[in-house]
Design a binder for this molecule. Structure first.
Ligand SMILES: [Zn+2]
Length: 255
């Protein structure tokens, strides 16, 4: 885990340079009294980096899956496993005959390995959601930190569940120029979403579902979270919304 793969180092080195060169440019312009130009360059670089890294659906940094193929929708559940929600969600999904992608956090899988194995036993798909879920920092991590998060979770999941995930979801959907080289090296593909209701910040389940309703449509990738008090109510609600619209759910294994 400590040694970075050569190809990854090669691909991330020039990207590191792209981070450093604009900063040097701003410094040089400022030094020579070109304060207007320095500020313009700073604002341009700042806005570009901000857009690229904070947009969960941008393809400018590499491929990202935002919609599922065909008419069926895909249910994705982030941030598990967790004893408060995983067992109840597994039972609920069994009752409805729905399969989901559980984007799990490596550290939580280590804490509750039996829950992760149960997700696999029930026929669901395990996805890589980083080792420690550094919500506010993932997008500013350098090559080594990015590798540690993605490869660390992949190794944890392989050791505990026997599965090697093929999907990665970035913590809070933010990624940067080092993310795709790491995913390519690990055989992972980046998955975002097309339907979310900000369930981690809004404790009012009916309001979250109202926010999601217009995006419950063919091919939608639905994002909901584990380990919050409304997890089960929201999954029940989204299943009901899909049923009312006559939409069906995809089996993520049938890619
Ligand atoms: Zn998350």
């Amino acid at each position: 885990m400590n040694a970075l793969p050569n190809e990854y180092v090669r691909r991330t080195s020039w990207r590191l340079l792209l981070r450093i060169l604009p900063a040097i440019g701003v410094g040089v312009l400022w030094f020579y009294g070109q304060h207007g130009a320095a500020m313009a360059l700073f604002a341009t670089v700042f806005c570009t980096i901000g857009y690229l890294t904070l947009s969960p659906t941008t393809r400018l940094l590499g491929p990202v899956t935002t919609h599922w193929q065909g008419d069926a929708m895909l249910l994705t559940l982030d941030d598990g496993p967790h004893p408060d929600t995983t067992p109840a969600l597994l039972d609920l999904l069994d009752r409805h005959g729905v399969k989901a992608v559980f984007f799990v956090i490596g550290d939580r899988v280590k804490q509750w390995p039996e829950l992760a194995r149960e997700i696999v036993r029930r026929g669901h798909t395990i996805g890589n959601h980083s080792q420690t879920h550094p919500s506010g920092r993932f997008w500013i991590l350098g090559p080594r930190g990015t590798w540690r998060e993605a490869a660390g979770c992949q190794q944890t999941l392989r050791e505990i569940t026997g599965e090697s995930p093929q999907w990665f979801r970035a913590p809070v959907g933010h990624y940067n120029t080092f993310t795709h080289p790491a995913l390519d090296e690990l055989g992972l593909r980046l998955m975002s979403w097309s339907c979310r209701g900000f369930d981690t910040v809004d404790p009012d389940a009916p309001r979250v579902l109202r926010r999601m309703a217009s995006n419950v449509k063919p091919g939608a990738i639905v994002l909901l979270h584990e380990a919050i008090p409304t997890s089960v109510e929201l999954v029940e609600g989204i299943l009901e919304l899909a049923r009312a619209k006559g939409l069906r759910w995809a089996d993520p294994k049938a890619v």
